[in-house]
Design a binder for this molecule. Structure first.
Ligand code: MSP
Length: 475
């Protein structure tokens, strides 16, 4: 049966171009999208950029550019990177898009009229790099653990969103998995955070001019997170009407990392409840990349840019290396050297070698791969539903390793001469395994998968025996 499947990524801050962390999340959404499309589901994949707020405005100032010009440039850099990685989203939502801005104003006005927004006095700690509030006990040595900077003390007249009102309901929905948070450790973490009590949050800024002005008090701009969350609705064409979810809403899976889980499990569903809209089904939290054991940062100069991965390893090579670097829910460390080693062992030697050896052997026999699927790669459906990318790839690569060993063990070259019947049987088995591998790999390595199918059918249809180009030239 066809199902709808709506998957989202965070919309990224445009203070810089995307790095491998952003690429991982977006690629993960692309892989899920391709998998669900192949099964016949009706899929919508939404991504985009978060372009307002103090952090982005500051980056524009540093670059010496007007904000709009700066964000236009950076948003284009995100789109370009996704194109290079062969990521096919259905919509790329930018929060400076006037249609988004208008819908956000409509929704904010509604919340104000319904009494979910009220005026008060705000006093508290705020980390501008996170664009998030901090509790004193979040800090390590007085600093934000994420950014190693002291948060600012913020004190201003402010409008508040009545988040506290939804504390009990949110706890229930998270506990019962009506709003599922995966992996389980992340759910527990959020649950205990909410159990300490949810406070109303300040949603207006007097000093930040780069933002959406409050429709009921133009002296203020809207807190960037409120603006940002609504992208998950406006990205589907929502015009800001409470109680009227757009087609595809709510998200089946929202992908993100741990840095933004708390706000996604509190403010975001709080907004949805206030707007009488359904909550997301699932929030999936993947791990963080570190580079050579260190946090990735521009100041350390160790950032890995996705375009550089594509230049070195090719599109599918980059996709494979990214998707296989994080185990379920775990952080992962990468380095150029280990990526290159993995490329050579898994792609050049593993998959590439298997395909070229078998194709070469088959030049003489032109055996058709049988379409019968082997039972070995079987847990995929379950693993995809659990969002276990690396684990899926590991299963597939076990098959590849098995097949390469099988060729050795059977001494297939000799066998085809000494016992052609048996040799052809083995060859046919390998061909069908390769065609199955090409099929299950297609969400991850779409171009490679196509190339393999081409080679299989070329041989079959016309007996063409032109030179077989290696899928992954060694590095
Ligand atoms: N603009 C907000 C999100 C608003 S969504 C309504 C934001 N942007 S961000 O640019 O900082 O992106 C954060 C997300 O980027 C993380 O949740 C994760 O998806 C991805 N990553 C950023 N750095 C990462 C790593 N080092 N490793 C893995 N993913 C990381 O927060």
């Amino acid at each position: 049966m066809n199902k709808k499947f709506f998957v989202t990524t965070p919309i990224y801050y445009v203070n810089d171009k995307p790095h491998v962390g952003h690429a991982y999340t977006t690629l993960a959404a692309d892989v899920l999208t391709r998998w669900h499309r192949e099964r016949g589901d009706e899929v919508f994949f939404l991504t985009g950029t978060d372009e307002h707020g103090a952090k982005v405005a500051q980056a524009a100032t540093v670059a010496g550019k007007p904000e709009q010009e700066f964000v236009d440039e950076k948003a284009a850099a995100f789109k370009e990177a996704w194109q290079k990685l062969n990521i096919n989203y259905d919509n790329f939502l930018r929060t400076t898009d006037p249609v988004h801005v208008a819908a956000v104003k409509t929704a904010t006005q509604y919340l104000y009229e319904k009494g979910f927004i009220y005026k008060g006095q705000y006093r508290g700690l705020y980390c501008q790099s996170c664009e998030q509030y901090k509790n004193p006990d979040d800090l390590i040595n007085g600093k934000c653990p994420e950014h190693q900077v002291e948060p600012q003390l913020m004190k201003e007249e402010s409008y508040f969103f009545k988040l506290s009102q939804f504390e009990k309901l949110l706890k229930e929905k998270i506990e019962s998995d009506e709003l599922e948070i995966k992996p389980i450790e992340r759910k527990n973490e959020v649950f205990s955070f909410i159990s300490q009590g949810l406070k109303d949050i300040s949603i207006s800024r007097e000093t930040v001019s780069w933002g959406i002005s409050l429709p009921f008090d133009k002296k203020y701009t809207l807190y960037v997170w409120i603006d940002a969350f609504l992208n998950y609705l406006t990205g589907l064409g929502w015009s800001g009407q409470a109680g009227q979810p757009p087609k595809f809403f709510s998200p089946d899976v929202q992908l993100m990392s741990k840095d933004i889980l708390r706000v996604h499990a509190t403010i975001w569903p709080g907004l949805l409840l206030a707007l009488e809209l359904p909550l997301p089904q699932k929030i999936f939290v993947h791990g963080y990349f570190t580079i050579d054991g260190q946090k990735m940062s521009k100041s350390l100069g160790n950032v890995i840019w996705p375009e550089d991965l594509v230049v070195k390893f090719g599109r599918d090579g980059a996709r494979y290396l990214l998707m296989s670097s994080l185990s379920y829910g775990q952080d992962g460390d990468i380095s150029w050297q280990r990526l290159a080693e993995k490329y050579n062992s898994d792609l050049a030697n593993g998959l590439g070698n298997l395909v070229s050896r078998v194709m070469k052997l088959n030049e003489e026999f032109k055996i058709n791969p049988s379409t019968r699927l082997r039972a070995r790669i079987k847990n995929l459906e379950k693993l995809f539903n659990e969002i276990k990318f690396k684990e899926i790839l590991d299963e597939i690569w076990q098959e590849i390793a098995w097949a390469n060993r099988y060729i050795e063990e059977k001494k297939l070259w000799d066998l085809l001469k000494t016992d052609p019947e048996e040799g052809k049987k083995v060859l046919s088995e390998l061909l069908s395994l390769i065609s199955e591998i090409a099929k299950v790999l297609s969400p991850f390595l779409p171009e490679t998968s196509e190339k393999i199918f081409e080679q299989l059918t070329l041989r079959q249809d016309s007996g063409l025996t032109g030179k077989i180009k290696p899928l992954f030239p060694r590095i």
